[in-house]
Design a protein around this ligand. Structure first.
Ligand code: HXC
Length: 290
């Protein structure tokens, strides 16, 4: 299944056309696989979007292709050279967004970093890098957008994970960061709810064709992965996009402070694909290969 949407998403899908007409989304990591398709769904439903990233070429190309997809020229604005660890860079991105589109209704804090590393081989700087991108970056994104979310009574969506529901080896850095994201979202739901702002998380499972799955699955085959998922298939970016549309739509107007797990039921069986190899995978020299 390709990691992009087309107009059949509206024609054959469950959503009413143009439900996001007049709305503007601000998406960090919007040129990446999952957040790109989340954004595509929004723009196919009438939203304008800003995708924020570090890489100039990648961010510009994604915005160009997405504008073509929406059939509305310049419906997606690329803002590159932004590291979510730097609050002032996000403030600049927010200012450019408002200059171009005049408002912000939806925020997706999606920029993330990940690699497999046993705790013993994880340097303090490596831990700090992932926690800074995932957790501090999510805080910076919500904080920079807040003045405009208050004006629009908008909605925030954080991209979380299921790694922190129990101990997943080689993911101590990501698990710690994503646990923090859930906590941040819950607190924002309570604090900002009185301003009409909703805050929720999506926790994707194993999503086909993503950098995350290629980094995390190691030597495990697709068939082996699917057999460990109750719904017997990998997730798709469209699965995540559909939950995103729901959470930003009026259908979710009373939904805040939640984590929507979109994983085919996988975490109930344990999300660590290498668990059959435990504890041997902790005892070999090059355990990142397992
Ligand atoms: C051990 C590693 C490492 C590895 C990097 N480091 N890769 N340590 N194993 N494989 C260490 C480096 O040695 C360094 O520590 C520190 O991390 C920072 O590395 P830099 O390359 O200087 O950092 P930076 O350029 O900021 O890059 C951040 C990054 C990188 C996270 C390390 O991988 C990145 O930019 N990733 C973005 C793309 C990405 O990861 N996408 C996947 C998202 S998937 P020292 O001590 O040497 O200085 C995802 C899935 C979530 O998030 C779960 C969904 C279910």
């Amino acid at each position: 299944m390709p990691n992009t949407l087309d107009n059949s998403y509206i024609a054959n899908g469950p959503w009413k056309p143009a439900i996001f007409e007049g709305k503007v989304a601000f998406v960090t990591g919007g040129a990446g696989t999952i957040c790109r398709v989340q954004t595509e769904a929004l723009i196919l439903l009438g939203c304008k979007a800003v995708i924020v990233g570090r890489n100039k070429e990648k961010t510009q190309l994604a915005a160009k292709e997405m504008s073509i997809l929406s059939q509305v020229p310049d419906s997606v604005l690329p803002i590159y050279g932004v590291d979510v660890r730097e609050f002032d860079q996000l403030e600049r991105a927010v200012a450019l967004t408002v200059e171009k589109f005049g408002r912000i209704d939806f925020v997706i804090a999606g920029a993330a970093g990940n690699f497999i590393a046993p705790f013993e081989q994880l340097s303090a700087n490596a831990f700090k890098s992932v926690v800074s991108i995932d957790l501090l970056g999510s805080f910076n994104t919500a904080k920079a957008c807040l003045p405009y979310l208050k004006l629009s009574k908008g909605s925030i969506l954080f991209v979380s994970a299921t790694f922190h529901y129990y101990g997943v080896p080689f993911q101590s850095h990501v698990g710690a960061a994503k646990a923090g994201i859930d906590a941040l979202s819950n607190a924002l739901a309570v604090e900002l709810g009185i301003s009409g702002i909703r805050s929720n998380c999506i926790a994707p499972g194993a999503i086909e064709g993503t950098e995350g799955i290629s980094r995390l699955s190691g030597a495990v085959s697709k068939d082996q992965m699917c057999s460990k998922i109750p719904l017997q298939r990998l997730g798709t970016t469209k699965d995540i996009a559909d939950t995103t549309v729901f959470l930003f739509s009026d259908a979710a107007r009373y939904v805040t402070g939640t984590v929507h797990i979109v994983d085919g039921g996988m975490w109930h069986l344990g999300t660590h694909f290498g668990r059959e190899m435990y504890p041997q995978n902790l005892l070999v020299e090059d355990n990142a290969k397992l």
